[in-house]
Write a protein that binds this ligand. Structure first.
Ligand code: NAD
Length: 396
């Protein structure tokens, strides 16, 4: 049972061994999210734990210090004081090497760890015997749904992508019948109908657009149609292990390209979300296809940070080519920081329910399958084999 939701009567009669939980202010430029919110802090402090929040940690997400104080947290001025004696540190972005140097041996850090791009800090956590859990590695099993931060943040990202597309489109999205004439609805194409894609579809539908979508996984068709959008069919099924996509063969890629290119050419907004875990994003919109698009068309490339689904995408930039705007946004969930932080904080609250026992102590055996799968670094070793292999192959 989740200690954080234990009935008050149980909590009152037991002597809780308080766990000191620290939440730093995020340092990455543009990161507006925070790893916990006052509502979750209140549950933790009521359960007898000590929560320390770095001054202004939630300000960018519109959770001022005063709300954390009211929820029972202590606001501290700097990293030294924050981390001193902390047993658990909750983060959104991976810790930096200098933060790791401030943590005592055995501290548990939970958050996104971005293992492939964060090897220096992972090596430092290994050397300083820090324990790190990576939320990217939480298995997508039913019991772990409440801890699935990839999904909660992809939901936020998909919403923002659709709104960003509408904001940059020179057309109305809905059909309008007015005294000044009838306006045809805009066409929005979503490539990749995973968590983010489905949210983008739902949002574009709510704005009144005609929505088409494509995914290499045939199973996605049913979900797309249930949202009232049209699913583009290709006579192949590229569903791989665990519900993720497998890579297509060369012949399949040509067929896919032709069908996708025709759909891109008729769209006013294209939102691309296609990803294959651990690999560079597949290119679905070539430079040649962009040249066939309508003037004023917009591409929102949600895969910008992993190489881009459009050949012309530049991560963090907006490119204009042949009258088409290609936006390569970074960290879309950070643009709705209030709700993305709220969802993320709930994911962490559930995860803490596995780490902290009913009597308030931290577990020392990570035998639960969710903890085993998401354990990245522990007791001087990198527990996640692909990351350990990457570290062994090169520096550091
Ligand atoms: P993702 O971010 O890895 O990829 C996004 C989408 O891109 C996927 O739907 C993928 O099939 C698609 N894609 C890959 N290559 C493509 C191509 N060439 N053309 C078009 N589309 C392409 O995926 P995700 O959003 O993390 O979700 C992946 C799967 O996991 C989905 O089936 C989702 O329903 C499932 N899932 C399950 C759980 C759970 O059971 N707890 C939770 C979340 C997601």
């Amino acid at each position: 049972m989740d200690i954080l939701s234990a009935p008050a009567s149980t909590q009152e009669t037991k002597t809780i061994q308080p766990v000191v939980i620290a939440v730093p202010k995020e340092q990455v430029t543009g990161e507006q999210r925070v790893a916990t919110v006052p509502e979750v802090v209140q549950k933790l402090t009521k359960a007898g734990h000590v929560v320390r929040i770095e001054h202004d940690a939630g300000t960018a997400a519109y959770y001022p210090d005063a709300l954390y104080t009211a929820a029972g947290a202590t606001i501290v001025a700097g990293r030294h004081e924050l981390f001193s004696g902390a047993k658990v540190v909750l983060v959104v972005q991976p810790p930096t090497v200098s933060d790791v140097d401030l943590l005592a041996e055995g501290t548990i850090v939970v958050g996104f760890m971005n293992p492939t791009r964060n090897l220096d800090a992972i090596a430092r956590m290994r050397d300083r015997k820090i324990t790190a859990f990576a939320l990217e590695l939480v298995p997508r099993i039913t019991r772990a749904q409440s801890m699935d931060a990839l999904s909660s943040q992809a939901t936020a990202g998909g919403y923002v992508a659709a709104v960003l597309g509408a904001d940059n489109c020179p057309k109305f999205l809905p059909m309008l019948t007015t005294a000044a004439g009838t306006i045809r609805p805009a066409t929005v194409l979503i490539l990749g109908a995973g968590v983010a894609g489905l949210m983008a579809i739902a949002t574009a539908k709510r704005l009144g657009a005609l929505v088409e979508a494509y995914d290499v996984r045939r199973a996605a068709g049913e979900q797309v149609r249930s949202l009232g959008a049209k699913f583009l069919e290709l006579e192949i099924n590229a569903e791989g292990q665990g519900g993720y996509a497998r890579e297509l063969t060369a012949e399949e890629k040509v067929k896919e390209q032709e069908m996708v290119s025709a759909a891109v050419a008729r769209a006013d907004i294209v939102i691309t979300t296609a990803a294959i875990p651990g690999r560079k994003a597949p290119v679905l919109v070539t430079k040649k296809t962009v040249a066939t698009m309508k003037p004023g068309a917009v591409i929102i490339d949600m895969a910008a940070e992993s190489g881009g689904n459009c050949e012309l995408t530049q991560a963090g930039k907006t490119v204009k080519e042949d009258g088409v705007m290609i936006i390569g946004p970074q960290n879309l969930p950070a643009r709705v920081p209030f709700h993305s932080s709220q969802m993320y904080a709930k994911n962490l609250q559930s995860f803490l329910g596995l780490l902290i026992t009913k009597d308030g102590t931290l577990v020392t055996e990570f035998s639960d399958e969710i903890l085993t799968a998401s354990l990245l670094v522990h007791a001087g070793k990198v527990a996640h084999k692909p990351t350990a292999d990457l570290l062994n192959r090169g520096t550091p």
